[in-house]
Design a protein. Structure first.
Length: 173
């Protein structure tokens, strides 16, 4: 179990900026977002894992009971050592990524649904793409391997997007 701590005010201000710039609907519904850092214990290599894999951050929608008790609607936990090594641009991208997982629940008229405590309801949005597999299977089966097919399909589908991997700011200059 990692050691958890509330993030410092500069990180909270950065989160507020990311919400304002890319997820303003969260401000419109007065969603509350907690920001924690996780630190590994002495023997652990990484503080955060998701499905057994190290990850830079995790976002969770707080359960109803906790929200009634005053816990934020959503809590983002970042890997502390990773956060400290990251540039500001990488931190912004990470927070944007986590917030993009959130979808507001809406009714048939497009109005945001609320829980019994009057807080906005959310659901988790899955990634647009996910690539997983085993190199050994790719080595053994080449083009027949499901991993190879998945990688090829992902590259074909998304290669026309910003897969030149240059920062958006540099692309504008």
């Amino acid at each position: 179990m990692p050691i958890l701590a509330r993030m410092k005010i500069d990180a909270v201000k950065l989160l507020a900026s990311v919400v304002e710039d890319y997820h303003s609907q969260l401000n419109e519904v007065e969603a509350t977002i907690g920001l924690l850092s996780a630190w590994p214990k002495d023997t652990e290599e990484t503080a955060l894992k998701l499905h057994g894999y190290p990850c830079a951050a995790i976002i969770k929608i707080a359960p109803y009971v906790q929200r009634v008790l005053g816990v934020e609607d959503v809590v983002i936990t970042v890997d502390g050592p990773n956060w400290e090594r990251a540039t500001e641009a990488e931190r912004v991208a990470l927070l944007d990524h986590e917030l993009t997982h959130l979808e507001l629940c809406v009714d048939e008229n497009g109005a945001v649904k609320s829980d019994d405590a009057g807080r906005p309801k959310f659901r988790m949005r899955l990634h647009d793409f996910h690539v997983g597999g085993f190199v050994a299977v790719m080595d053994r089966h080449g083009l027949s391997a499901p991993e190879t097919k998945l990688v090829r399909e992902t590259v074909e589908t998304y290669s026309q997007l910003r897969l030149a991997l240059e920062p958006a700011e540099a692309a504008k200059e």
